[in-house]
Design a protein around this ligand. Structure first.
Ligand code: ADP
Ligand code: MG
Length: 226
């Protein structure tokens, strides 16, 4: 079976003033179906850059990203957006929920953009919020929720369209250790229950130990990490 996500020979550099900053240097990575992988690396080592490239949010200078065996580098932006919307869920360190909408609506909106009816979207959004144990906060806006609750809504939103791949960029980075542990458990339970494949950047080694595999970034390359 083809890997669900494959990155090969990824180069990414920034040309600041007169000196190039090499962030990724022939980085490669394979995520298999149903696998959970932790990306543990110091701040500034390129985790966000790598996740953005994997999630088709950014293009590398060179290299290939394949989603379910399909190469994405030659696709135009509309085609990449379509793949991103249907196959990839993304959770950021900061939730980026829409402030003027309720928790429920925030989880409904991506589904309605994908063409589901209001009723269907509402049903799935309600179920997801319940699963993440914030059903009782569904009618509240993000500003009325705690950091942990906001992040649970963001997780529900990321999987609202039943993606194949979940990419999370330090999803518990802004939370206290107890909430962090709780959110991580909710996230991994959701991943296992729905058969998702996940790549999660985290600084928390204890949380990383609970995943199938650990990788790190060293001098712009992905290496296995134990
Ligand atoms: P991490 O997520 O591991 O903290 P990032 O992927 O955010 O690392 O950043 C990797 C490196 O790239 C850092 O040195 C950062 O300063 C640099 N960087 C990120 N974005 C830009 C940009 N738009 N222009 C120049 N340098 C950048
Ligand atoms: Mg980062």
């Amino acid at each position: 079976m083809k890997p669900i996500l494959k990155l090969s020979d990824i180069d990414l550099y920034y040309n600041d003033s007169n000196k190039a900053l090499v962030v990724l240097n022939k980085a490669g990575f394979t995520l298999n179906r149903g696998e959970t992988v932790a990306l543990v690396a110091p701040s500034g080592s390129g985790k966000s850059t790598f996740l953005h490239i994997a999630g088709l949010l950014e293009r590398p200078n060179s290299g290939e990203v394949e989603i379910c065996g399909r190469p994405c580098s030659d696709l135009n932006d509309n085609e990449r957006t379509a793949i991103r919307r249907s196959e990839i869920g993304f959770v950021y360190q900061f939730h980026y929920l829409l402030p003027e909408f309720t928790a429920l609506e925030n989880v409904m909106i991506p589904q309605m953009i994908a063409g589901l009816s209001k009723k269907e979207s509402e049903k799935r959004a309600g179920k997801l919020l319940k699963y993440l144990r914030i059903g009782h906060r569904a009618d509240h806006r993000p500003s009325e929720l705690s950091g942990g609750e906001q992040q649970r809504v963001a997780i529900a939103r990321s999987v609202a369209n039943v993606p194949l791949i979940l990419l999370a960029d330090e999803p518990t980075g802004n939370l206290d250790p107890v909430t962090s542990e709780y959110i991580f458990r909710a996230l991994t339970a959701l991943v296992c229950q729905s058969g998702l494949s996940a790549l999660i950047a985290t600084h928390n080694h204890a949380l990383a130990q609970q995943m199938d595999r650990r990788i790190t970034l060293k001098e712009g390359k992905i290496i296995e990490f134990f």
